[in-house]
Design a binder for this molecule. Structure first.
Ligand code: PMP
Length: 461
């Protein structure tokens, strides 16, 4: 076989891709028929594809490239660490400097007494750790029956068996099943499900479903509640302001461990280091991944509070871990990424510059005839596509058809904006500048216009 490089014609790369590469969350035959877009380079917020198109990445890869693409110091740190110590495990009473330094740095950045880190290779793995960790915690507390974890429908916590079961996405459950002891309550999605309630009323009502579920299962059987501060993969659902304080009250009242899945919201995405700070949540455990290394290396983990870490330690050996827990190259790169976030004041940039600028322009999209609401927290935003803003109506037919059409227009206009059902979502690299925000918004508006015209032409509006 010839060397496979960027220099092969796109069609050849696409044919090889279709023949041998099984893509995640993809209809393989549908993709093979049209050919995957081949991404070849990245710099800042910009991607280049094999046809030479310059694409603005409104999704930071998969919500992860917080410091932007093409950072030389991250490559240098990786190369240096590979030469010095490419791998060693942390299982058998050994450790290494990158894992020590990263754990200490995360403990410094995390709020409250979240002072301990259990490393994983991804967000999904970290959530699997969390299930075992909270169940083990209650075992040691003398309540081994306390196993149930409550999560939300349309939440996303990964796609391992544990992560996929915590997530509330039925199509994922349908492929391979669901582990036992996970229960779901409804999501705080006011625009889609709030009916006649005000946002505040609805936020309280949805939070109180947690209390109802706890009472139904029996408080003494519930190990933990898990939620994303802002649902990401579910469509960037920003909860009503009443929601998290009520969830916190309920967890406190029933002594239930609270897990904040910060895989997307961590490391600056909402304008603070963690989404829990933006929403006033005091979790016992945080799930982290993505922005921890800005996607330059696969790494995730669980940040654990003093009391849970102490209890688990009292129980002797915790039979759990991954070959790549605290991988030295990934840890060294993550540490350098945190240095960049901190020293370049990127979180302040989100809070003081990029968010306010994008907020103004993003919310102006609500004037568009297709757009029902345009929401943004920090640098994660969503717009709801609707045939009737006044009634917050859904499109007839299968949900997501219009969203997909809109995403296709974005793709054609060299903007990466994703769709979840009929919501369009963005989460650009945190380093995006006001000028780049102008480009993003201009391309989004053109795409919405074209989508609107196409729907009219096809008689769907
Ligand atoms: N939790 C959340 C909130 C996520 O958004 C994701 C990934 N999108 C995960 C967990 C899973 O992370 P990974 O894909 O790294 O396993």
């Amino acid at each position: 076989m010839n060397m496979i490089t960027n220099h092969l014609p796109t069609a050849e790369l696409q044919a090889l891709d279709a023949a041998h590469h099984m893509h995640p969350f993809t209809d393989a035959n549908g993709l093979a028929a049209k050919g995957a877009r081949v991404i070849t380079r990245g710099k800042g917020v910009w991607l280049t594809d094999s046809e030479g198109n310059q694409i603005i990445d409104g999704m930071a890869g998969l919500w992860c490239v917080n410091v932007g693409y093409g950072r030389k110091s991250l490559a240098e740190v990786a190369a240096r660490q590979m030469e010095e110590l490419a791998y060693y495990n942390t299982f058998f009473q050994t450790t290494h400097v990158p894992a020590i330094a990263l754990a200490a740095k995360i403990a410094e950045l995390a709020p409250g007494d979240l002072n301990h880190v259990f490393f994983a290779g991804s967000g999904s793995e970290a959530n699997d750790t969390n299930i075992r960790l909270v169940r083990r915690y209650w075992d040691i507390k003398g309540k081994p029956w306390r196993k149930t974890v409550i999560a939300r429908w349309n939440g996303y916590h990964g796609s391992t068996m544990g992560g996929g079961s915590l997530g509330g996405m039925k199509p994922i459950h349908a492929h391979g099943g669901k582990i036992e002891g996970i229960e779901h309550i409804d999501q705080p999605y006011w625009w889609g499900e709030g009916g006649d309630m005000t946002e505040d009323e609805f936020g309280l009502a949805r939070a109180r479903q947690l209390e109802e579920k706890i009472l139904q299962i029996g408080p003494d059987n519930v190990a933990a509640f898990i939620g994303e501060p802002v649902q990401g993969a579910g469509g960037v659902i920003i909860p009503p302001r009443t929601y998290w304080p009520e969830i916190q009250r309920i967890c406190d009242e029933y002594g239930i461990l609270l897990i904040a899945d910060e895989v997307i919201t961590g490391f600056g995405r909402t304008g603070n280091w963690f989404g829990s700070q933006t929403f006033g949540i005091r979790p016992h455990i945080m799930t982290i991944a993505k922005g921890l290394s800005s996607g330059y290396q696969p790494i995730g983990g669980s940040i654990v509070c003093d009391e849970v870490a102490r209890t688990v330690a009292e129980g002797g050996e915790f039979f759990h871990g991954y070959t790549y827990s605290g991988h030295p190259v990934a840890a060294a790169v993550a540490l350098e990424n945190l240095r960049i976030l901190q020293e370049e004041h990127i979180i302040e940039h989100v809070r003081d510059v990029a968010h306010p600028y994008l907020q103004e322009r993003w919310s102006a999209l609500a004037d568009h005839p297709l757009v029902g609401e345009a929401k943004l927290v920090g640098l994660m935003g969503s717009i709801a596509l609707t045939p009737n803003k006044a009634t917050r109506a859904k499109f007839a037919g299968e949900q997501g058809t219009v969203g997909f059409r809109c995403r296709e227009r974005c793709f054609a206009n060299n903007l990466i904006m994703r769709h979840v059902g009929d919501r369009m979502i963005i989460a650009p690299p945190l380093v995006i500048t006001p000028e780049e925000i102008d480009v993003l918004i201009a391309r989004a508006r053109t795409s919405l216009d074209e989508c609107y015209a196409g729907l009219k032409a096809d008689g769907l509006l």
